[in-house]
Design a protein around this ligand. Structure first.
Ligand code: SF4
Ligand code: MG
Length: 328
C-alpha cells in the first residue's frame, strides 16, 4: 500500500510564560492509503497538536513548527503557501471535531453548509450541489434528507449534527479524513452509532482516516494501525492486532491493563500511577520514566529511539528492548 502522509521529525512548540512547551517532540509516523490510523494517548500528549500541525492550523505565536516535514503525497505541507494549503483543506484533507455545534454555522441551513465546499472546490452549480448534498445526507444515515437540507443546526440533535459534520467533511471526497475525538461529546448510544457510521462509510469511500482518541475501546473497534503518544513523543506503533496481542512499551501495557471501557467519558487512565509530566520541564530522556516501574539510569538521561524489535511494522521506544538498556 502507498503512503499518503508521512510525518518526519515533526516538532511543534508553544512559547508560554513558563517556558517552551514541546507539544510535539520529534514525531515520525506514516498513514497509508485506505487505512484507519488511530493516534491514542492521554489528554495533552500531543495528539491534537499533531493533527492541527498537518492542517496548518497552529496559531503562531504562541505556536511554532520548529522542525520537520509533513509530506502529503510526497509534498511538504509545511512549505505550501497559505493559498495552496487552503485549497487542500476541506478538499483533499478534511477534519471533524469533537463538538459539532461549534463547527456548524448557526445562521446557515444544513444544505447551505454542505453545498459550500462543493461550490468552492468542485465547481458545481447550485442545483448540482443540492443534489450531491442530499446524497451525502442520506449517506450519513439521516432520513428525510430534503427536509434536513432546509433545517438549521439548532433543529438537529447532537448525533445528527455530528453526522452532518461527517457529510460536510466527505463532500469533496477527501483523501484524508481527520477525526479528533469525534464521539467524546456524545452520549453512549449515539457514540456507538457514529462509530458504526464511520466504519460503514469507510467501506463505501476510499478515504484514509486519522482518528484521534483517548479511548482504547474506540481503537479496538476502528483502527487498522495504532500510534501511541506520550508527552509529545510516539512511544509505540503497530498494526492494531499486534498492539493488543503483544504490547511492548510499559505505558502501552498500562493502558491495556485498564480494561477498555467503550463510552467512558473520562480522559484519564486510572491504572497507571502518577501524572503526565509538566510539559515545560521535559528533558531529552524517556518522558515516561517518572511513572515507569522498570526505570533504569539510562532512561533518565537519554531518549530511547523508536525502533522495531521484531515484527517490522511494530516499533517501540524503550530502553528495555535495547542492548544499551540491558547492560545497565
Ligand atoms: Fe520505562 Fe525506561 Fe522503557 Fe522509559 S525507557 S518506558 S523508563 S524502561
Ligand atoms: Mg485533544
Amino acid at each position: 500500500t502507498k503512503t499518503l502522509v508521512e510525518f518526519k521529525n515533526l516538532k511543534t512548540h508553544f512559547h508560554t510564560s513558563a517556558g517552551v512547551v514541546k507539544a510535539v517532540d520529534d514525531v515520525s509516523f506514516s498513514i497509508r492509503e485506505g487505512e484507519t490510523l488511530c493516534v491514542v494517548g492521554e489528554s495533552g500528549c500531543g495528539k491534537s497538536v499533531t493533527a492541527m500541525s498537518l492542517m496548518r492550523l497552529i496559531e503562531t505565536p504562541p505556536g511554532e513548527i520548529a522542525g520537520g516535514e509533513i509530506l502529503f503525497e510526497g509534498t511538504d505541507l509545511l512549505k505550501l503557501s497559505k493559498r495552496e494549503m487552503s485549497r487542500l483543506r476541506g478538499n483533499e484533507i478534511a477534519m471533524i471535531f469533537q463538538e459539532p455545534m461549534s463547527s456548524l454555522n448557526p445562521v446557515l441551513t444544513i444544505g447551505e453548509q454542505i453545498s459550500e465546499p462543493l461550490l468552492m472546490h468542485k465547481n458545481m452549480n447550485r442545483k448540482e450541489a443540492k443534489q450531491r448534498a442530499i446524497e451525502l445526507i442520506t449517506l450519513v444515515g439521516i432520513p428525510r434528507a430534503e427536509e434536513i437540507f432546509h433545517a438549521y443546526p439548532h433543529e438537529l440533535s447532537g448525533g445528527m449534527r455530528q453526522r452532518i459534520m461527517i457529510a460536510i467533511a466527505l463532500s469533496c471526497d477527501p483523501k484524508l479524513l481527520i477525526a479528533d475525538e469525534p464521539t467524546t461529546a456524545l452520549d453512549v448510544t449515539i457514540q456507538a452509532q457514529i462509530l458504526d457510521l464511520m466504519r460503514d462509510i469507510k467501506t463505501k469511500v476510499n478515504t484514509s482516516i486519522m482518528l484521534i482518541t483517548h479511548d482504547l475501546g474506540v481503537v479496538a473497534e476502528m483502527a487498522d494501525f495504532v500510534v501511541v503518544m506520550y508527552a509529545g513523543k510516539v512511544i509505540e506503533e503497530a498494526p492494531v492486532i499486534d498492539l493488543f496481542k503483544d504490547p511492548q512499551h510499559p505505558y502501552t501495557k498500562g493502558l491495556l491493563k485498564a480494561k477498555p471501557v467503550l463510552n467512558q467519558k473520562q480522559d484519564r487512565l486510572y491504572s497507571i500511577p502518577g501524572q503526565v509530566p509538566n510539559p515545560v520541564e521535559l528533558g531529552n530522556n524517556c518522558h515516561f520514566h517518572d511513572r515507569c516501574e522498570f526505570c533504569m539510569e539510562i532512561c533518565k538521561t537519554k531518549a530511547p529511539p523508536l525502533r522495531t524489535h521484531g515484527e517490522s511494522k511494530h516499533k517501540t521506544a524503550c530502553w528495555l528492548y535495547e542492548e544499551e538498556g540491558k547492560v545497565q
